[in-house]
Ligand binder design. Structure first.
Ligand SMILES: [Zn+2]
Length: 429
């Protein structure tokens, strides 16, 4: 870990830049960077990186051979050519320390009904030490931390003694293809840190995720003779109930999992979007439900998909109409593995030391029941990937918010981590 004098210099530098950091985060939050609309923010970030002197690579998912990679997920509802990724490189004069990737996603999930929010979801209002807004917590705060950790090193008069890549990606909330694209573009390092908002805990493991769309047909008739038709919305409900039963069975089996045994119901199933029907007095001719289900580390994606398929088929076979009009499953979005950060890596030890130096005490660990982008580094490219970041509340909900005080602490922790992992040298004037 950095010596106390260096840590003090970094701490002063974080403080000196902090007003600018909060303004930077507010600027990020003001971009409604939902899926398909991330480009303006990515362009803004590319400019911010260029102003700091980084070599900036701006590319889209259409620029890399995504389809050729077995772990790319299908994108049905999004255009790869519009999904902009940004990599800003600090290239060390002479490589002395260990290189590092700092990565954050800037895509956010939809904000839901604005009337449910205390403050408008893209206004970045600050009250009582919290900044409110969609993405403030998940994970634009982490992006601000990694950018300003590097700024603090510069302000303190140092430069990392190894290459550092600052990467802002999209698609974390839907496929993970943004993170994969940076790897397919050729970026590599000795470790990766993804400052998702973990409340200063290291993510020991995360579950995988599958997305699929259930498509069901009905027979439209006047509701006066509903018995002659078939209601697609009710058929979809039948299948949703069957998928909850399937999930209960998976959670029973999870009680024997080496990492998730103690986590109650680690596999979450969620019907998240429903569309269907055309008229209140007609039996619906169609219904579509977009669903998400988790899988545990160690379960093959193909096996989890087959399990869903089987549950749907068996439920359809039990239904007089669906037995002859089988539902269709469209696989789109996440086909993500779970991932375990095996204890004992040097990268984790260095982060734990930085955490202890800034926070005092051991770095806590957490088991996540949702996915993050570390799997691409850890599972497919042999790069130890740490998921650790600031503190907030309300991810994917209303009144999402990030703690300003924790933003500062996390920035210093990441700066201390970079100092030790990459090494520091005096910055050339
Ligand atoms: Zn996130």
């Amino acid at each position: 870990m950095p010596d106390p004098a260096t840590l003090a210099r970094l701490s002063e530098a974080v403080d000196a830049n902090f007003d600018r950091q909060v303004a930077f985060l507010a600027e990020l939050v003001r971009f409604p960077s939902r899926r398909g609309s991330e480009a303006p923010l990515q362009d803004w970030l590319a400019r911010a990186f260029r102003e700091r002197g980084y070599a900036v690579d701006r590319f889209t998912l259409a620029d890399v051979p995504l389809e050729a990679h077995p772990k790319a997920s299908p994108m049905v509802d999004a255009d790869p050519a519009r999904a902009v990724q940004v990599v800003a490189a600090h290239r060390a004069q002479a490589q002395a320390g260990r290189s590092l990737i700092l990565q954050g996603h800037i895509d956010v999930v939809p904000e839901g009904p604005p009337a449910m929010w205390t403050y408008p979801p893209y206004a970045a209002v600050i009250r009582d030490g919290w900044m409110y807004g969609r993405g403030a917590h998940d994970m634009k705060a982490g992006v601000a931390c990694m950018v300003f950790a590097m700024d603090a090193i510069r302000t303190a008069g140092f430069a990392p003694a190894a290459d550092v890549y600052l990467q802002t990606v999209t698609e974390e909330e839907s496929t993970g293809n943004g993170a994969l694209a940076t790897l397919l573009r050729g970026y590599r390092a000795d470790a990766a840190l993804i400052p998702e908002p973990t409340g200063h805990a290291i993510t020991r493991a995360h579950t995988g995720t599958l997305w699929f769309r259930l498509k069901v047909r009905g027979v439209p008739v006047h509701v006066a003779v509903a018995q002659d038709g078939s209601n697609a919305i009710l058929s979809a409900m039948h299948l949703v109930h069957a998928l909850f039963a399937h999930t209960r069975m998976l959670n029973e089996a999870a009680k024997a999992h080496p990492w998730y045994a103690e986590v109650p119901q680690p596999i979450k199933f969620n019907p998240g979007i429903i569309r269907g029907g055309d008229w209140a007095s007609s039996t619906p001719a169609w219904c579509e439900v977009d669903c998400r289900i988790g899988l545990l580390p160690g379960t093959e994606v193909a096996d989890a998909m087959a399990g869903v398929q089987r549950a749907v088929q068996e439920a359809a076979a039990r239904d007089a109409f669906l037995a002859n009009n089988p539902p269709h499953l469209l696989w789109h979005g996440f086909q993500a593995d779970g991932y375990v950060l095996e204890p004992g890596s040097e990268a984790e030890a260095v982060l734990a030391a930085a955490h202890a130096q800034v926070h005092g005490g051991a770095m806590p660990e957490r088991l996540s029941t949702a996915v993050n982008d570390t799997r691409f580094y850890g599972l497919y490219f042999g790069i130890p990937a740490l998921c650790y970041g600031p503190k907030g509340e309300g991810a994917h909900g209303v009144d999402e918010r990030t703690s300003i005080a924790d933003l500062r602490r996390c920035t210093l922790t990441i700066a201390a981590f970079i100092a030790d992992w990459c090494g520091l040298r005096p910055r050339a004037a």
